[in-house]
Design a protein around this ligand. Structure first.
Ligand code: HAS
Ligand code: CU
Length: 554
């Protein structure tokens, strides 16, 4: 039996005002991306020994550019995308309207946050990179800007939870529609995860930057940062998984395999995303190695829901391809609707994520991490995850989402396809350069073109990185061409519905699966595991030692 994963098929419509706020949130995110990638080009060429950063207006140092690159791409873009896309998927999944006032308030908080952080970065007052480790000190506007961006995500989740509460009242005893379930679990995970960064910024760094605290505690801050810093990567990824599970099967002509398996994958992300942060701190002193080992095993645990996703999505793609006449053991792959730029971009993103996942497991392996930590291998890894699995999927989703929200048909489908391929090939070349250099000890976060030391083996790696980065830049710029042309010149069209998939095994209304929808079970389980994984560190370490004086080197 196959059933739709959303309820109320009777023509759900968002109000014009709601549409606009979701649209402007996306514009803000993609606007940030357009600035972020210009700095990205500067970073990539730096590895090839070419310094173009000095020509950028207002950019005085390498670290200033790298901070803008990280904050705009990894925080402003991703937050905007999640806030907009998952509000839509929840609203449509539940056939409920979001609270418009809350939507606009949260948009205002994001705009203000982005402006404050941009002010600090562009005026050279916050060259602290996107991890802002103390004792590197930024201007207070930077910390306040970040805090407001996080507040925005909380306001968005308030909106999602309010919709769910309303829906539950009207639909007693019914299963939460899958699309809304995935979206809400993503925000539930993030709400718990973001407590770490909120405490770090609001309790320690912001008062410190205002001169209200005598100093900073680097180890405590790093630990609070990574409490949020690992799960944040799933806050970037899960909106994409919502598309890969909920929409891509339909777009590719296939079907989602199992409702229950999908819910279990998302619940595994809820429970396992947070208690793994020490895998970023294997080399930090002051954390017991037993606790680091525990986080290693839990990291291997959180690898599984992504493996499940890989099989589920491959199933959906294969069914779709065979329905379209594809055959053979691997030949069906050619029958995926590659002509649809939205599908092409997302399938290419998946392919890059296979390698992103493999490199993640290398990073996570406690002893192997010693080889790759703080080398260019790490940016190699994360450009195949957030830099392509996520970024390229966002572009693919935008190819139906922007027409959906603007009522204008996509302009330049061919160019959109080409853009996805150029970006994909670019990211693979780029990551190959980064990874090979990293294995030869080429450091990350270093202005290699100006470094007083080097190794012959870094030369080729650097050139490959530069070539790949340039292709990524070209691919991304073409995305903006398509986007701007669609918004300005796309033909007006009747807004089609969101492309929801159907499931082979749908959600039963009795039996054990009902417990999958009970957040009252899963949230306490999450908190318990966090207490086990982080409790010993905090109990043994506190009170904070606010001894480090801030410095602003760049
Ligand atoms: Fe990571 C560092 C471990 C996933 C992002 N990661 C980073 C940093 C970033 C980042 C930004 O354990 C650097 C932070 C910094 O500045 O210091 N990462 C992992 C592991 C995973 C992982 C185990 N990372 C991500 C994702 C990210 C991301 C997702 C962003 C979105 N990462 C680490 C570790 C470090 C780290 C260490 C610290 C390193 C250090 O020393 O500093 C896993 O979640 C990965 C699971 C993924 C898979 C792949 C599933 C594949 C799918 C596609 C299927 C394809 C299809 C196509 C269907 C298991 C779902 C069809 C194909 C056919 C062949 C037909
Ligand atoms: Cu991590």
């Amino acid at each position: 039996m196959s059933t739709p994963i959303v309820q109320d098929p009777n023509g759900f419509r968002l109000s014009r005002s709601d549409r606009n706020v979701l649209l402007w949130t996306l514009y803000l995110g993609f606007g940030a991306l357009s600035v972020g990638i210009v700095n990205g080009l500067g970073q990539a060429l730096n590895y090839a020994g070419i310094d173009i950063l000095k020509f950028f207006p207002g950019m005085r140092t390498y670290y200033q550019g790298l901070t803008v690159h990280g904050v705009f791409n990894a925080i402003v873009l991703t937050f905007c995308f999640a806030n907009s896309f998952l509000t839509l998927t929840t609203a449509r999944g539940l056939a409920c309207r979001p609270n418009t006032a809350l939507l606009w308030t949260s948009f205002g908080s994001m705009v203000l946050g982005a402006l404050l952080a941009a002010f600090a970065m562009f005026t050279g007052r916050a060259s602290v990179l996107f991890t802002f480790y103390p004792p590197l000190l930024a201007h207070w506007t930077f910390y306040l800007g970040l805090a407001l961006a996080v507040v925005r995500t909380w306001l968005t989740s308030a909106n999602l939870f309010l919709m769910l509460a309303r829906w539950r009242k009207d639909h007693p005893g019914q299963r939460i529609p899958l699309l809304a379930f995935m979206s809400i679990v993503t925000y539930a995970m993030w709400d718990i995860a973001s407590i770490g960064i909120a405490v770090e910024v609001v309790v320690f760094l912001l008062p410190w930057s205002l001169g209200l605290l005598p100093g900073a505690d680097p180890l405590l801050s790093r630990t609070l940062f990574w409490f949020t810093g690992h799960p944040i990567v799933y806050f970037w990824l899960l909106p994409i998984y919502v598309s890969w599970y909920g929409l891509i099967p339909k777009q590719a002509g296939g079907i989602l395999f199992s409702d229950a398996l999908t819910r279990i994958a998302f619940l595994m992300f809820l429970v396992l995303s947070i208690p793994v942060g020490f895998h970023h701190q294997y080399t930090d002193p002051g954390i017991h190695s037993g606790m680091k080992a525990l986080h290693t095993f839990l990291t291997f645990g959180v690898f599984f829901p992504s493996l499940m996703t890989a099989f589920a999505v491959m199933y959906a793609l294969e069914v779709g391809a065979r329905r379209r006449g594809g055959a053979g053991l691997v030949r069906w792959f050619a029958s995926i609707p590659w002509k649809d730029p939205s599908v092409a971009a997302q399938v290419l993103a998946m392919l890059s994520f296979l390698l992103g996942g493999v490199t993640g497991l290398i990073n996570a392996s406690y002893n192997l991490n010693q080889v790759v930590h703080n080398t260019a291998f790490i940016p190699g890894h994360f450009h195949m995850t957030v830099g392509s699995a996520v970024a390229l999927s966002m572009m693919g989703i935008a190819y139906w989402l922007i027409p959906y929200l603007t009522g204008r048909a996509l302009w330049g489908a061919k160019l959109a396809r080409l853009q996805a391929w150029i970006y994909f090939v670019g990211v693979l070349i780029f990551a190959r350069g980064m990874i090979s250099g990293g294995l030869e000890g080429m450091p990350r976060r270093t202005m290699i073109s100006e470094a007083a030391y080097s190794k012959a083996s870094w030369d080729l790696a650097g050139v490959i990185t530069g070539v790949g980065g340039t292709l990524m830049f070209v691919g991304a710029m073409l995305f903006f061409v398509v986007l701007v042309m669609t918004v300005l010149f796309g033909e007006a069209e009747e807004t089609p519905d969101i492309p929801f998939t159907e499931t082979v095994h749908s959600a039963p209304t009795s039996g054990w699966q009902l417990s999958l929808d009970r957040f009252a079970y899963w949230v306490p389980a999450t908190l318990l595991l966090i207490a086990i994984a982080y409790g010993p560190f905090f109990i043994g370490y506190l009170p904070p030692r606010l001894l480090s004086h801030g410095f602003q080197m760049y």
